[in-house]
Design a protein around this ligand. Structure first.
Ligand code: XMP
Length: 516
């Protein structure tokens, strides 16, 4: 990374919020370099990055609790603009003599915020007087520090924003980084450009060059790399990037773990031929199914699959001549949701939290800091065809986390057939490309039905279709009724052992996209 791109960026001090990486991503959407540092980073380390501005993230702790995460008070003297979000705002208030209290009810979800009339904050350029924002807090700022101007409140009169030191230090109780906050992007943009004076120097095109250089430095001139290819966008982009750097020292392994979708194995192998990658197909379905026999706990499933993946890679790697590196298409959300960024473990993504400790190979994860949409933008720069990049995301553990209850060949086949019908109906309706992800889930819930005058007692399929930009948050897609109706009757008519079809209309949060 060149110094000019790096300096003059925004440093985000992470207090453990689920949204920290999202803040970083929003900043990068404006082509400004952003870097996440843990709140424990020494002042020297923060200054080394020469930030134009600092954002203090939210976090699960209380600023008035014992051993509350804090920062060096000199960061709040106004010499560098600071924006505190949620916990970050409460921390500023508490550190500078304001009063933070446990709120009576807290605020969670979409909340109306009203800005003070004629508020002079440069943060609000182009933002209306009232907006709906995303709140998620218990503590609140009961009185801002001396000299601070409160410039927003929610309808319950809770302080929603304050500004001090001529706008060089500001706090927002709500999350401008979250999609559900109206004008969130404008607020961040105003902070980044108008208040911090940052410049848009960080370009994804340069990322390819930088990442290639880093790969070449890490791997060196002789080591071999193997890559677990899943057929998805992330591992494919990672493989094409690395193959361009190290050529035929890369071997890719496509593991059929028995949890793939209908015809996926053959379709994916066909596609890889066109990308000039050397791909070895391994049918390990018996091994995976045996290991998962009788396992229904989601976390246990993920850990077993994560470990077995690596064992299969290790076996293949030995056959191929001992690779030193295991290349994975791990992206930011995998890291965040597996708790590696300091937050709560939501679910162990098979390629992060599920890795065994005694692994033989070193991990190569060039996409670890990118979000899905960034990876998709990099695809064309590596000449990966569009239709490949538009495939819906599919979790590494595959249908294993969509087949709730006991995993067996018959139930997996049922799910595969139902899923293929749903996807074909969505595709026929011309909706596939506009949906982030659509899939079926097989539920171990039996209900009574009738088929040709005969009583049935069969399992249930749930349909799920979500819209999202980054998989961090998602909304249920309002599919046309005819599509749902046709899908439901086809599934019940064509797939044995399914007696009922239901639609999952929950967003994320509170649900996750996958059921397990
Ligand atoms: P959740 O269910 O956590 O999913 O809301 C967010 C996105 O990640 C995908 N996902 C995974 N991808 N390995 C992956 O490569 C995994 O273990 C995994 N679990 C979930 C999910 O399909 C969605 O796009």
């Amino acid at each position: 990374m060149s110094e000019s791109e790096k300096t003059g960026g925004i440093v985000i001090l992470d207090f453990g919020s689920q949204y920290t990486q999202l803040i970083a991503r929003r900043v990068r959407e404006f082509e400004v370099y952003s870097e996440i540092l843990p709140w424990t980073s020494p002042l020297d380390r923060i200054m080394e990055s020469n930030p134009r501005g600092i954002i203090l993230s939210g976090g699960p702790r209380s600023a008035i609790g014992l051993d509350a995460p804090s920062i060096d008070a000199s960061l709040l003297d106004g010499s560098i603009p600071v924006l505190g979000i949620c916990y970050g705002m409460q921390l500023i208030a508490h550190s500078l003599g304001g009063r933070v209290e446990r709120g009576r009810l807290g605020e969670y979800g979409r909340t109306r915020v009203i800005f003070s009339p004629h508020s002079a904050s440069a943060l609000l350029k182009g933002v209306p007087d009232k907006i709906d924002v995303w709140m998620s807090h218990w503590d609140e700022v009961a009185s801002p520090p001396n000299g601070a101007v409160k410039f927003a409140a929610s309808e319950s009169e809770t302080c929603a924003a304050f500004s001090m030191l001529g706008g060089r230090v500001q706090g927002l109780q709500f999350h401008p980084e979250v999609e559900s906050t109206e004008y969130g992007r404008e607020i961040l943009k105003n902070f980044i450009f108008d208040i911090c004076g940052a410049s848009p120097l960080w370009k994804l095109g340069n990322w390819v060059e930088r990442a290639s250089w880093l790969v070449s430095e890490s791997v060196g001139e002789t080591a071999r790399v193997i890559c677990g290819l899943s057929g998805g966008v992330d591992s494919t982009v990672a493989a094409v990037l690395v193959s361009r750097v190290i050529g035929d020292r890369l071997d890719c392994i496509f593991v059929d773990h028995g949890f793939l979708r209908k015809d996926e194995s053959s379709q994916v192998m066909e596609m890889y031929k066109k990308l000039n990658l050397r791909v070895h197909h391994v049918d390990a379905s018996d091994r995976f199914l045996d290991a998962l026999s009788g396992v229904t706990n989601p976390e246990q499933k993920r850990k077993i699959i994560g470990e077995l993946f690596v064992r299969v890679f290790e076996d293949e790697s030995r056959k191929l001549g001992n690779a030193k590196w295991l290349l994975q298409g791990t992206i930011y959300p995998d890291v965040i949701e597996s708790g590696s960024a300091g937050g709560d473990v939501i679910k162990s993504h098979h390629n992060v939290g599920g890795l065994p400790e005694d692994m033989d190979m070193k991990l190569l994860e060039p996409l670890r800091e990118l979000f899905k949409d960034e990876v998709r933008k990099i695809g064309p720069l590596l000449d990966i065809p569009d239709h490949f990049l538009k495939r819906h995301p599919f979790p590494g553990p595959g249908l294993a986390v969509r087949c709730l209850g006991p995993l067996g060949r018959e139930r997996l086949d049922t799910l595969r057939e139902a899923d293929a019908i749903f996807i074909s109906e969505i595709t026929a309706a011309g909706l596939y490309d506009s949906i982030w992800q659509a899939f079926c889930v097989l539920l171990p819930v039996r209900s009574v039905g009738v088929a040709g005058d005969v009583r049935t007692y069969c399992e249930t399929v749930a349909l799920r279709a979500v819209a999202s930009l980054d998989a961090m948050t998602a909304e249920s897609v309002r599919l046309p009724w005819e599509v749902i109706d046709r899908t439901a009757s086809r599934i019940c008519g064509e797939v044995p052992n399914v007696g009922r079809v239901v639609m999952d209309v929950t967003g994320k949060p509170p649900s996750t996209i996958e059921w397990e």
